[in-house]
Design a protein around this ligand. Sequence first.
Ligand code: FES
Length: 157
Amino acid sequence: MPVLEGRQEDIEKICAKYPPENRRSALLPVLWMVQEKEGWVSQDSMREVADVVGVTAAEVYEVVSFYTMFQQKPTGRHHIAFCQTLSCAVCGAYEAIAYICEKYNVPKHGPSEDGRFSIEAVECIGACTEAPAMLVGETLHGNLTPERIDEILSNCE
Ligand code: FES
C-alpha cells in the first residue's frame, strides 16, 4: 500500500504554503510525513514522494542521503542518534555507544532483535556543551553517563 495513501489533503496543505511553481519546496515536510509513519524512507517511498512533489527519485534520494534525520533502513521503535563529533568523542561518545550496543544488544547496523532500539553514530547534533549527547527519537539528552543512559533507555519500551 502506498505510504502516502489517504494523505493527499495534508500534502496539498503543505504544498499550498509555497508558490505553485515551487511544489518541490514541500519535499522535506512530505518526506517527514513518510518518516513519521514508517520510521524510515524506503526507495519505494522515495519514488512516491518524487511523484507527489514533482521531482525525480534521484533528487529525493539526494535529500534523504544528505540529512541524517532520514533513515534509509528500518529502525528500532526507539532510534538513537549518538553524536561522535569532537566534543562528544573527547567526552566518551565511543565508549557510550559501545556500552549501549553491548548492554541493550543493539547491532551497529539495523534494529535489535526485539525491535526496541537501533543506533547510529552521527555528526554534531548541536549540544556540544552537554557532551556526550544523543537523540532518542527527537528528544535530546546530554551529559550522558552509563547511569543516565540506563535511566533514559529504561523508559523506552
Ligand atoms: S560535538 Fe557532540 S553535540 Fe556537538
